[in-house]
Design a protein around this ligand. Structure first.
Ligand code: CO
Length: 489
């Protein structure tokens, strides 16, 4: 009888988690400004309740009474995840969990004001507090006091360790810098010019989402400052944004978030942990795959360009080939979320090293802005003059997300591994994509990734889908091949 009791309990935890997701969605899309203080309380109370359920002393008793020989692989994974959550939660005292939830909500508010004012020092005390709290949390979680960062990383990428992640990500640096240098000597491709009404951009975004397989009966698209996706299974929502001078922002933010949502909509079951996403790196591999390998491909330009032309007859781009070049324009800039595929992972590497040093104590918050600017100059060759485009550009640290950034690069690495394997299984995939037919592509991902939920670790999932262990090589080869052709290198 223990298994049904445990599963029922896990469903309750997941339900509260989903409620937390919905109110955070509301906070980003429609909550009035004066709701912020109340919302911080609500978030704190909810986190406390989830913490109570996760630390229920009956969990280890139920687990101990289950005979693992008699149950399915799926339920074995549920037990593994329940135990993992129980261990994590019992190690962190409830008042610390609540303090972190509150400090994160406040941190985000202060960050947003400091960003508006362009003043890092205004944000520094809140960040200082969050770094301290996250270090405390990591100390509770980790047996190894010499590597607190791994305890935080583990929340987003279960089982990942800095010692294996660092060489994997660092392998990207040299080839990417090399590629950037070579491209910088070449003439850049054409930019989109003109005016692109927001309402038409949204209409096209919906059309694109449908074409990629997004189920509007299990989701919706709204507007927010920073696009994101939220929820799962039957309620997988996304947001996008529009810029009337630049139609690509809306288009590719949508493709990215649709990638996340397709993964969520493909979850085999809405509540149980074994059916949920494998890791943030795998989640990001799905969004990047649909954004880059599909929507920024030469093949898909054959479908997307005529669609663009029908929505924006006056646009200054006049062929599918010119469109392909324009959407893959390479330019060194300050902002991670606007970075092209060549620069993107270099932005992540900067954050990965800074946040490791913040957590280890090698870098103090008061020196963060200066360090950011110094290293940005070193890695990108640009002087940061506006802090909004510098250390204050990302929300992550303001809400206590340390250990999250490297999952973006892992996502890029995984998406290239999947792309390579998929092309072997479906040799005519790109011909299909050129006509707008992405059914086979989605089915392949459903079978190899979505249906598997959290049965395997991220590394084993990539291994099972592609036949080889995850490596940075497919991404490097994909980028060298694509941009080598685009820029005639
Ligand atoms: Co994403």
């Amino acid at each position: 009888m223990s298994l049904p009791l445990l599963l029922d309990h896990l469903k309750k935890v997941a339900t509260l988690g989903q409620v937390a997701g919905i109110i955070s969605w509301d906070q980003e899309t429609m909550m009035p400004e004066k709701g912020a203080t109340q919302r911080a309380e609500q978030t704190g109370v909810l986190a406390g309740l989830i913490h109570q359920l996760n630390t229920d002393p009956r969990i280890p008793e139920w687990v101990a009474a289950i005979d693992e020989k008699e149950i399915s692989e799926f339920d074995k994974a549920n037990i593994r995840e329940a135990t993992r959550d129980y261990n994590r939660s019992t190690k962190v005292p409830e008042d610390l969990a609540q303090t972190i939830a509150k400090a994160s909500a406040e941190g985000q508010m202060i960050w947003s004001k400091a960003r508006e004012a362009g003043d890092f020092q205004m944000f520094a005390p809140a960040l200082e507090k969050l770094v301290q709290l996250k270090r405390e949390e990591a100390q509770c979680l980790s047996n190894r006091q010499d590597n607190l960062y791994d305890a935080l990383l583990d929340q987003f990428e279960p089982g990942a360790k800095t010692e294996t992640l660092l060489p994997l990500l660092e392998e990207l640096r040299e080839p990417l810098v090399d590629l950037r240098e070579k491209i910088s000597e070449k003439p850049t491709s054409k930019r989109f010019m003109g005016h692109y009404p927001a309402s038409k951009q949204l209409a096209l975004a919906e059309k694109l989402a449908k074409q990629l397989g997004y189920d509007f009966d299990a989701g919706r698209i709204d507007i927010s400052t920073h696009p994101f996706s939220s929820g799962g299974s039957g309620d997988s929502r996304i947001t996008t944004r529009t810029d009337e001078k630049d139609p690509l922002n809306c288009l590719y933010s949508t493709a990215h978030e649709v990638g996340h949502a397709l993964y969520a909509q493909g979850a085999p079951e809405p509540f149980l942990p074994a059916a949920q996403y494998c890791s943030m790196g795998i989640h990001e591999s799905q969004s990047r795959f649909w954004e880059n390998q599909v929507s920024r491909s030469r093949s898909f330009a054959e479908w997307l360009y005529p669609e663009m032309k029908s929505y924006f007859p006056d646009m200054n781009i006049s062929s599918a080939d010119e469109f392909y070049r324009a959407v893959n324009r390479v330019e060194t800039g300050f902002v991670r979320t606007e970075a092209d595929e060549v620069h993107y992972n270099l932005h992540v590497l900067l954050r990965f090293e800074l946040e490791r040093e913040l957590i280890s104590g090698d870098l103090e918050v008061k020196d963060l802005e200066a360090e950011w600017n110094k290293r940005f100059k070193k890695y990108f060759g640009l002087e940061v003059i506006d802090v909004k485009l510098g250390v204050l550009q990302d929300v992550h640290w303001s809400v206590g997300l340390f250990g999250y950034f490297p999952t973006y690069s892992l996502g890029n690495i995984y998406s290239a591994c999947l792309d390579k394997a998929m092309l072997i299984d479906i040799p005519d995939r790109d011909q299909k994509i050129a006509t707008g037919n992405t059914t086979q592509t989605l089915n392949w991902l459903r079978n190899k990734i979505h249906d598997k939920g959290k049965l395997l670790s991220a590394e084993d999932l990539i291994q099972s889908a592609t036949g080889t262990t995850p490596s940075a090589r497919p991404l490097i080869e994909y980028l060298e091949d694509k941009y080598g052709t685009l820029y005639d290198l």
